[in-house]
Design a protein around this ligand. Structure first.
Ligand SMILES: NC(=O)c1ccc[n+]([C@@H]2O[C@H](COP(=O)([O-])OP(=O)(O)OC[C@H]3O[C@@H](n4cnc5c(N)ncnc54)[C@H](OP(=O)(O)O)[C@@H]3O)[C@@H](O)[C@H]2O)c1
Length: 247
């Protein structure tokens, strides 16, 4: 198959890229670092020539609902337009478990992303996955405030990005199914514990402070809602196993 990956250089995107290649697929890499700004410039349909499936794992880091919505709506419209013109048969998009009704901060953009996928002309598969184990690292970088790191209070059921990437490639190889069964990790974790374990594993001494973020975004994170439904498919690699394998 020929698979285009929007966000091919990201945490999950680079794994989708390598797994698709290992499985013998041709890959078209779409990211700004490959010369494709999907938010600000129309993608020429010729880039998607002979592409069977687009996997959309693009994203930005922001806590602004407005910024997040603008990004996901622009990128989605761009992929729909170019994909339809090029005759692409399937769009696989990645969203996040438990975000229903959280039209705030970053999740407002993810809900807009889901609506754009579901209303778009391209036959689709929409997968909601839990936070990645790699989210601990992303949190560490984003939460740095001088000598301390602020970590949002969050109860999650995290999964290795590699397991999500494998699942996405399998979905890309199949027929469009609409909303796929949610995918979460094997056990519950507190984000603060994940960040502290990551620091310990690296031998870094740093003060971490857990803080509940305000509003519905903060409530969704701290309440455990982001763990997703109990009947979700479960990955097998725990955070501790993933961390041990990093060194
Ligand atoms: N991280 C999590 O725990 C998690 C969990 C579940 C779902 N998700 C969802 O999965 C997706 C990917 O997450 P991630 O953590 O892998 O993201 P990430 O590491 O931040 O990667 C984002 C990707 O999007 C690309 N990108 C950003 N702006 C772009 C633009 N204007 N045009 C084209 N490409 C652009 C980036 O490449 P360039 O910078 O080179 O453009 C990069 O390849 C997101 O939609 C996120 O909401 C994430």
């Amino acid at each position: 198959m020929r698979i285009a990956i929007a966000g091919s250089t990201g945490t999950v995107g680079k794994l989708v890229h390598s797994i698709a290649t290992e499985r013998g697929h041709d890959v078209v890499a779409l990211a700004r670092s490959n010369g494709h700004d999907l938010e600000h410039a129309s993608l020429p349909p010729s880039v998607l020539d002979r592409v069977d499936t687009i996997v959309d794992v693009s994203g930005i880091q922001t806590l602004s609902r407005h910024r997040s919505r603008r990004f996901f709506e622009s990128v989605s419209a761009n992929l729909q337009q170019a994909g339809t013109a090029a005759g692409v048969g399937h769009l696989v998009a990645l969203s996040i478990v438990g975000i229903d009704g959280v039209d705030a901060a970053y999740y407002g953009g993810k809900l807009a992303h889901e609506r754009a996928v579901q209303r778009g002309a391209l036959p689709h598969t929409l997968l909601r996955a839990a936070q990645f184990h790699e989210f601990a690292e992303q949190t560490l970088v984003r939460g740095k405030m001088g000598p301390i790191t602020v970590v949002p209070a969050a109860r999650v059921r995290p999964i290795a990005a590699r397991e999500v990437a494998e699942h996405l490639v399998t979905l890309a190889e199949g027929e469009p199914v609409g909303r796929a069964r949610d995918l979460t990790g094997p056990r519950d974790e507190l984000l603060i514990d994940m960040v502290r374990a990551l620091l310990d594993a690296r031998g870094i001494r740093r003060t971490t402070i857990e803080m509940r973020l305000p509003g519905s975004f903060g409530r969704a994170m701290s309440s455990g809602r982001l763990r997703g439904h109990a009947n979700a498919e479960r990955g097998t690699v725990t955070f501790a196993e993933w961390l041990a394998a990093q060194s």
